[in-house]
Ligand binder design. Structure first.
Ligand code: SAM
Length: 262
């Protein structure tokens, strides 16, 4: 079973639209080359895919696939002028492209799958011989907040990790990706640290650190019996206050892991 926390569409659209290749998948930039044919799996609204498309043009192109139709509809409208970008509403496991790719990328998507190894095997089947894979994902267990946020949010976060683990998701997938790639048959595996560091003085601090208030905005874990609604609301309120007053730093731990289809 693959499952995802349900956020209201507009909140999720905004989070994904605010992402960019340079800020949110920065380690990919040096390996992009003009002419590459690229697949972006779990492309969201296509904000990062668009950045990739700009770097591989004019002869290269990007196909982004995502199972959330609203993201694809939104991205098609936002990036309609990017002629070498195609966004398709499709599930990775059902997708059958006409041609194979030089590069397959996937950011923050395998963390939501209970079958990440099968996803990598499927991706390998869509790569040309010698083609490259790049997966960017989190170690949620190593998230750092300074100083510690209110107990209500710490408790919410612990519940969030338990909810994810119960659904079969790997909360420290960033640490396991190299092994998963090896098991899927990739070679020349490289791990590149891609931590996201957000400091109080920076412009995007409030919105980036505020992501956990947005996650707590979903009532899904309450509906599934993991959490009392009062505790959820308390976590949001106290966390938002903490962001405005005490918060200094948040570090989200990520690795980009690459391999070759030999
Ligand atoms: C956290 S978002 C990441 C979006 C974007 N890559 C980014 O880094 O901003 C994960 C995306 O994976 C998509 N997704 C989940 N399972 C998928 C599947 N089996 N095939 C294609 N997309 C999938 C979700 O709909 C969601 O948009």
């Amino acid at each position: 079973m693959n499952k995802e926390i349900k956020r209201d569409g507009q909140t999720a659209n905004k989070i994904f639209d605010n992402r960019s290749l340079e800020n949110d998948y920065r380690t990919l930039v040096p390996i992009l080359k003009e002419g590459m044919k690229v697949l972006d799996v779990g492309c969201g609204t296509g904000a990062i895919s668009k950045g990739v498309a700009e770097r591989v043009r004019p002869s290269g192109s990007v196909t982004g696939i995502d199972t959330t139709e609203a993201f694809i509809i939104s991205g098609k409208e936002t990036y309609k002028s990017v002629s070498n970008l195609e966004l398709i509403h499709a599930d990775l496991f059902q997708y059958e492209p006409k041609e194979k790719f030089d590069l397959i990328v996937s950011a923050r998507t395998l963390q939501w799958l209970s079958t990440p190894k099968e996803a990598l095997i499927k991706m390998k089947s869509m790569l040309k011989p010698g083609g490259l894979i790049s997966i960017l994902d989190y170690n949620h267990e190593a998230l750092e907040w300074k100083p510690a946020p209110p107990a209500s949010m710490q408790q919410f976060y612990a519940t969030f990790l338990r909810w994810r683990a119960d659904a079969g998701m790997n909360n420290h997938i960033a640490e396991d990706l190299a092994d998963y790639l090896k098991e899927a048959g990739f070679t020349d595996i490289e791990v590149v640290n891609s931590d996201e560091v957000y400091k109080k003085a920076e412009d995007n601090f409030l919105s980036k650190v505020g992501i956990w208030a947005k996650v707590a905005g979903s009532t899904q874990m309450v509906e599934e019996g993991y959490l009392d609604d009062m505790d959820r609301l308390k976590a949001i309120e106290e966390y938002n206050h903490w962001i405005e007053t005490d918060a200094e730093l948040m570090v989200m731990k990520l690795n980009e892991v690459r391999g070759i289809n030999r």
